[in-house]
Write a protein that binds this ligand. Structure first.
Ligand SMILES: [Zn+2]
Ligand SMILES: [Zn+2]
Length: 310
């Protein structure tokens, strides 16, 4: 296979992960992977980045999304409107494109319900659903569902879809030649939030660890370069997978130790023990992370549900 150019354009993102990486593979059809957050500023910088490589919006014929988060799906609809580009996302997350939530109201309602379930005190819960005062500039668009193992023809080769649930239930990694586009499943500098990114679904840590093991064990893992959704590309990633698996195992052990001292903690109290003082949206993320770990310990039978009264 001839290696077509792969461009990386980093667009602004207000969230803690920092700039979102958008990738463009200049082969037929010209394919964009992820699309940055849904703001005019991110869109403008994305267009400017395309121009640096001699491309414009009309050249983008396909947008493949690694997962449903607003800093990845944000501008896909604009390319569809400008060039008729097809938008593709895992079948579990097509709704996030076809029926968008531009004011964040539906998300806030889900977050409020979970915060109540986790016994977050009401006065704290009011600030914990996040302060997304700026609403997103996004419109609903038809999206084509992707499934694990699917191959999308591109140039002389193809993009292979590898379903890697965990960060969200419909997260995918995309393998193209020697590249593995990893979205937020595998990041070089931070451990992806597990639990907080998909408040409607359960059992996410079990999925996440299995997905890490899955890409770690790809037969060509040693020769793949990871192109993450945030941060710098990684030439090797097996060590990073091991580091993350260890990180979660240590957190699981820490929770077992905390609950051995006090088995009556609520999820909120457990999150406070783990992460100390949390502010704003970090309260929801911290509780979700604590909850995801607790769910896995219960699934593994390492703690029993009756250990906890709340
Ligand atoms: Zn994400
Ligand atoms: Zn992200």
């Amino acid at each position: 296979m001839n290696d077509p150019p792969v461009y990386r354009i980093r667009v602004p993102n207000p969230f803690v992960e920092g700039r979102t990486c958008v990738y463009v593979i200049a082969a037929d059809p010209v394919t964009m992977i992820d699309s940055g957050i849904a703001t005019d500023r991110a869109h403008e910088e994305l267009i400017a980045g395309l121009r640096e490589h001699g491309l414009d919006a009309g050249d983008i014929k396909r947008v493949v999304l690694t997962h449903k988060h607003i800093d990845h799906i944000g501008n896909a609809w604009r390319f569809q409107q400008q060039s008729g580009a097809e938008i593709l996302i895992h079948e579990y997350e097509t709704e996030s494109i076809a029926d968008v939530d531009p004011t964040g109201e539906r998300f806030a309602a889900t977050a409020r319900a979970r915060l109540a379930e986790w016994h977050v005190p009401e006065e704290i819960a009011t600030v914990a659903t996040g302060d997304f005062a700026a609403t997103w500039k996004i419109e609903s668009a038809p999206a084509t569902p992707l499934a694990d193992g699917q191959r999308l023809p591109l140039g002389d080769g193809h993009i292979e879809v590898i379903h890697t649930p965990g960060h969200t239930l419909g997260s995918v990694c995309l393998r193209f030649g020697r590249y593995l586009f990893s979205g937020d499943h595998l990041l070089p500098d931070i451990s992806s939030n597990v639990g907080g990114g998909d408040l409607r679904n359960r059992g996410l840590l079990r999925h996440y660890l299995a997905s890490l093991a899955r890409i770690r064990d790809l037969s060509d893992a040693g020769g793949l370069q990871v192109m993450p959704g945030h941060g710098e590309p990684m030439d090797t990633f097996i060590g990073r997978c091991d580091e993350l698996i260890r990180h979660h195992e240590q957190r699981l052990e820490k929770i077992v130790a905390i609950l051995a001292r006090n088995s009556n903690l609520t999820i909120y109290e457990l999150a406070c023990e783990l992460f100390g003082k949390m502010d704003g949206f970090h309260i929801a993320l911290g509780c979700a992370e604590a909850n995801a770990h607790l769910e896995l310990l219960q699934e593994q039978g390492r703690i029993s549900r009756t250990d906890r009264k709340k």
